[in-house]
Design a protein. Sequence first.
Lengths: 143, 71
Amino acid sequence: MGKIRLLWFAYYLAIVLMGAFVGAFAALGDLFSALLSAVFGAAVLLLLNVAIRKEAAKGKMVLYDERYFRIREKSGSLAFRATVTLLCLMLLSPWISAHVLRSQQLANIFNALLPGTGLALAILVLAYYAAYVYYSKFRGVEG
Amino acid sequence: MSIRNRLREFRARYRMTQEELARRVGVTRQTIIAIESGKYLPSLKLAFKLAKAFNVKIEDLFEYREFEEGE
């Protein structure tokens, strides 16, 4: 039980570190290092996942059950809708600011944000985790 | 409409921990906690497994109420 908790901690730490390294390298414009960090991070995550599954099998412990899959499904759906809504708002904002509010500065800011597909991914991941916490802690779910 | 369960009561009667019950029906302890607190409504399959764990009928464990009190 103690070992599996440690492995879970390492797993989440690896996700955070991988995100930090990929984000930092991408921000510096070093795409090769960002890609390398992503590949290395994915390999570490895969290995940790295998170790967690093995440890759980040893102790005949259930890692994922119907509630987990139900919450994951609902969170994924909510996160997708939230991301699409935000992206639509981001796409509409420059047009609104340029034509309705007539603020070129605002339009430029939103235009600069537009090519950020990485930003969309970050929103999706954040929305997913927010939805996961929401469904598992505050909202009733049906199986 | 609501579905209430007597899982905590049956577990206490059988002196079973949440961990033991979770292992017996093949779910995580968090799921048992969520069912007991009414935050998770289990699937029919899991409801049958839970009833079987206590050797009772499913309707002994789960109670369907058309209207809440005060509704």
